[in-house]
Design a protein around this ligand. Sequence first.
Ligand code: PRP
Ligand code: URA
Length: 242
Amino acid sequence: STVPEAPAAPIGPKYKEEEEKPQATVSKPIKHSNVHILPQTPQLIALLTMIRDKSTVRGDFIFYSNRIIRLLVEEGLNHLPVISSSVTTPIGHTYSGVQFEGKICGVSIMRAGEAMEQGLRDCCRSVRIGKILIQRDEETSKPRLFYDKLPEDIAQRYCLLLDPMFATGGSATMAVEVLISRGVPEERILFLNLIASPEGIRSFAERFPKLRIVTAFVDQGLDEKNYIIPGLGDFGDRFYCI
Ligand code: PRP
Ligand code: URA
């Protein structure tokens, strides 16, 4: 007598009925057309869950942050212009494709923004990277500009501005003002960010309507010390120190 085979367990996106799947907290929506929030996929939410957890150790924090950063960079590159480009394949056929038009550079807001540089380098080999050192005053939350070093021809480049945390928006606003003062047109600035506060990102998007923002998540708000809630704490400390 043969034992009947058990039906195969469903796998893939249909592994469970929709109503049995876990319900996760997803990003607040933002209506401004220059704010692009990454698709709230199970993968992204699982990565964010790892880095938000206070018991995640530094090695894991770096690993999972880097995975989100990679998603941000890949999406950010979709916002750069392309021109038509036809190539001939090894079997002699033509493929009508595209290629990027124009030069780019990265600009990191130190210290936390430097954590995003490797993700950019992994996608754009030998990309030029400028630095702006801005630190938030711990008492007042006001940003202070200490240093900047930017590519000389930055005014001719698209700038990918890197900072994982956007709280009051003071630091990112100051960095954008530095870029504009060096001749970078607002429409060539693309801000890549992991977690943003809703109030901050709305007023930033209104103040710089031609700049584009790509973020992984818009959170609930800010606490009395201007930390993002639920947030993930101090990104720089968790990536570099703790
Ligand atoms: C953090 C973060 C942003 C800024 C966000 O940097 O990386 O730059 O705070 O806050 P805001 O939107 O209210 O300006 P911080 O100044 O703490 O320095 P760090 O990168 O050395 O941690
Ligand atoms: N900077 C951080 O690293 N985290 C916050 O929540 C706010 C500013």
